[in-house]
Design a protein around this ligand. Structure first.
Ligand SMILES: NC(=O)c1ccc[n+]([C@@H]2O[C@H](COP(=O)([O-])OP(=O)(O)OC[C@H]3O[C@@H](n4cnc5c(N)ncnc54)[C@H](OP(=O)(O)O)[C@@H]3O)[C@@H](O)[C@H]2O)c1
Length: 426
């Protein structure tokens, strides 16, 4: 009996994988991105990393906007090594769940970048098992997936307009369709009990509604805004499911889901393809336009979400006015190797032929010190912020343990399947 079940599972896995490979949408555009500047939030892992990799290969200057500089520096060095058409890679610190970090990041970009041709709002998390609030009083998943990107886009909007034709790509999810109503007075669970799976789906609905209203506001500006579902992709985002059901679900995803390269295709398509030139306010999956849920098409709701979000991130009228990049400073990447600065704005720019370690250290002769490691001492933190960070670090460690456990279970399952396959071959 067990044997039959395992054979059926193996056959199902193989067929689904073949089906994915043959039917999943791919970006067929061969467009070069030479001379284009692209920002990818969460570009150090998963779908974001594979998006960045493709864009660097096309010759773009890609800015990896990441919360973990050490990880991002390593990734950047790898991407740089693979770049053939002169693509550039830079790393800048951005924690989308922290509005101060978003403001610091945006200021650095406006101070140094003459152009932004593509902004890919990709970073995201699945909600933790318990409600976590940020310093700004926002629920962590909503802050990371929606509010941070809402603020970031607004702060960079004028530069995007100056760089037109330019594009904004918001990475949402099919799970937005699981939301049946949206109470704008309780986006951070002010009026209801926190439940797992609700924050993520809600934040992804907000991504689609944000794109809709953004596209309306950008009409005639030469800047387009679209959202997408990448498919079910084998990435680390599925890890924080703590329940038994979550673990089983994760195992199913690992066996059946798309690999990351395939999962990045719709991101890439919306960032580069000629087919979507001038197309705005739409939602895509597998490099094709598809319909969103009815709620996600509600233009009035989108407008009201914008207004509520403006208040939540405390966007001031002067903030989305362009500050103007310094022409000389912005003119090239050569020789730039800056690490942490005293105001906590930690960034690393990778010069053409340098390694991540050298860039992070700022010099080949010094002991490498990643900005991430000494960032704590550079920040001026009050007691509340310190406690909040410690709480988050604890949560991250718990998630890591869960990840290790899940990986062990998967390895065991894979071994079992391999053994069954061997038996069949015999
Ligand atoms: N995988 C799927 O099946 C799937 C399905 C539908 C939609 N999506 C969407 O696809 C996007 C990418 O997810 P993924 O699957 O590639 O997941 P992933 O492998 O976990 O990558 C997520 C990225 O976001 C970054 N990130 C998380 N919180 C951040 C924060 N506060 N500030 C800055 N960066 C942060 C992560 O940084 P670290 O490396 O530091 O953790 C990581 O680089 C997400 O928006 C997700 O909702 C994924």
């Amino acid at each position: 009996m067990l044997f039959e079940v395992l054979v059926t599972v193996v056959m199902l896995v193989v067929s689904v994988r073949v089906w994915y490979l043959t039917t999943s949408g791919r970006c067929h555009s061969t467009r070069s991105m030479k001379g284009k500047t692209v920002i990818v939030t969460g570009g150090s892992a998963g779908i974001g990393l594979h998006t960045a990799e493709d864009l660097v290969r096309r010759g773009a200057r890609v800015i990896l906007a990441c919360r973990n500089l050490e990880k991002a520096c390593k990734v950047a060095a790898q991407l740089k090594a693979e770049a053939s058409q002169g693509g550039e890679v830079a790393v800048r610190r951005l924690d989308t769940s922290d509005l101060n970090s978003v403001r610091t990041f945006a200021k650095e970009i406006l101070d140094t970048e003459k152009h932004i041709h593509v902004l890919i709002n990709n970073a995201g998390i699945v909600e933790p098992s318990e409600k976590v609030m940020t310093n700004e009083g926002l629920e962590l998943t909503m802050a990371t997936n929606h509010f941070g990107h809402f603020l970031l886009t607004n702060l960079l909007l004028e530069r995007l307009k100056q760089s037109a034709p330019s594009r904004i790509v918001n990475v949402s999810s099919l799970s937005h369709t699981l939301v049946s109503s949206l109470d704008l007075n309780s986006l951070n669970f002010e009026k209801e009990v926190y439940r797992q799976r609700v924050p993520y789906n809600r934040s992804k609905l907000c991504n689609v509604l944000f794109s809709l209203e953004l596209a309306r506001r950008l009409e005639g500006s030469g800047v387009t805004a679209n959202s997408l579902h990448p498919g079910v992709v084998k990435t680390d985002i599925l890890i924080p499911y703590h329940t038994m059901f979550g673990r089983i679900l994760k195992l199913v995803f690992i066996l059946w889901a798309k690999d990351r390269e395939l999962g990045a295709q719709t991101n890439i398509y919306l960032a580069v393809s000629e087919e979507v030139e001038g197309v705005s306010g739409r939602y895509f999956t597998d490099c094709k336009e598809v319909k969103t849920s009815k709620l996600a098409r509600d233009k009035d709701l989108a407008k009201r979400l914008w207004e509520v979000s403006e208040k939540a991130v405390k966007l001031t009228p002067g903030e989305n006015v362009c500050l103007g990049a310094d022409e000389d400073e912005a003119s090239g990447w050569d020789g730039l190797a800056a690490a942490g600065t005293a105001n906590g704005s930690t960034s690393v720019l990778l010069p053409a032929d340098d390694s991540a370690v050298q860039a992070a250290a700022g010099s080949t002769s010094r002991v490498p010190v990643y900005p991430e490691q000494h960032a704590e001492t550079l920040y001026l933190m009050d007691e509340g912020e310190l406690q909040h960070r410690q709480k988050r670090r604890k949560l991250e460690l718990t998630l890591l343990e869960e990840k290790i456990k899940a990986q062990r279970a998967i390895t065991l399952a894979m071994r079992l399947i391999a053994q069954v396959c061997e038996k069949i071959m015999e």
